[in-house]
Design a protein around this ligand. Sequence first.
Ligand code: GLV
Ligand code: MN
Ligand code: MN
Length: 412
Amino acid sequence: MKLRTDRVIERLNALAAISDTTNCIDRAYGTEAHTASGDLLMTWMSKAGLHTKRDTIGNIKGVLSSKVVDAKHFIIGSHYDTVFDAGKYDGPLGILLGLEMAQYIINNDLPIPFHLNVIAFADEEGSRFNTAYLGSSAIAGFFEKSWLQRKDDEGISLQTVIQKNSGISSNIDSESISKENCLGYFEAHIEQGPVLCNENLPVCLVNGIASQTRVDVHWTGISGHAGTYPMNQRNDALCAAAEFALAVESIGKEHQTKLVATIGKLNVIPNTPNVIPGKVEHTLDIRSLDDNFLMEVGQILEQRAKEISKERKVNLVWNIMQTNTSVQCDKNLKRCLKTGIEKAGIRQVLEISSGAGHDAVMISKIAPVSMLFVRCKDGISHNPLEYVTPEDIEKSLEVCDNFIKELIHQNS
Ligand code: GLV
Ligand code: MN
Ligand code: MN
């Protein structure tokens, strides 16, 4: 176990060293660093003995085939893209634990009743094109062609990026797995919250994942001279966005037991000290475990934005980029995972829901899904301070091995 734990840590460090920006981890979808980290994952998968392939969108798939005729596919995965200035565990930990599970099967010569697919998903964060799950949507066969026209901050389209990296930009779904052929999905991921720290537990079960809506909001006013234009005659796009941001915070606080609402990215145009902002573009990210409530909040916020637009004579464009309903984890897979946790001698099998999005959301369209959360220090994530102790990685490995054994046993 110690050797395997060390290997996972070494690999986490090797991936963390691949970045588009010096002195921080930054691997947005389709960049040079992103591609290089995919290459490295592919090498490790091949070395483990998996049949490896990179699909059009950039997912790295390592397959261990079953000898059973008509065997279905079981997927284990997580993502290798990161947010800007990321930690090293969000995404890679789940891929590397998945790879260790495959390695465990190979080393112990276990006959598997399903084809095991270890998948490193190309994009989960959606930080470049403001759309989460580009990678897993291709595997699930739910990639929408219209996404190809989305542009990053430099005006480069998703289609151009795919074309450049894969040589083609069609057949995005060519590696997808059909619902009929998919037995299930498992993803290990850091918790990204403080519950496991508070409960002093290394891991827990996930019972479900919150619904999420992402919106692109554009405000267009009139830019002008900051020194000469009277205050009462301005159509300042930033002031409109600021008023809206406070409305977002206020509704989030009002319903804090069942809603989180964030404006995480904002561009001010022209972004110059002595020019009244003429245009502001920002994101809006709202999440809840209650699908209907989330829809209601989305409508309330859109209405509030329209009022601000009218009062301030600043034009508004409201573009819903993505909306996902909440996902429940599968009872039977949860049972296997519970057995895995118990057999690892963990004193309590805790079950919590996830406010963070995960590739499991997309894969749930084709398969029953399950997730294991691993404790991260102080619950900190999307931050370079993200940290998982070697002891917790070792415990997670033990749980993952137990889980896969139980799954093999159940399906044989
Ligand atoms: C991914 O980390 C998300 O929840 O946005
Ligand atoms: Mn993640
Ligand atoms: Mn993340």
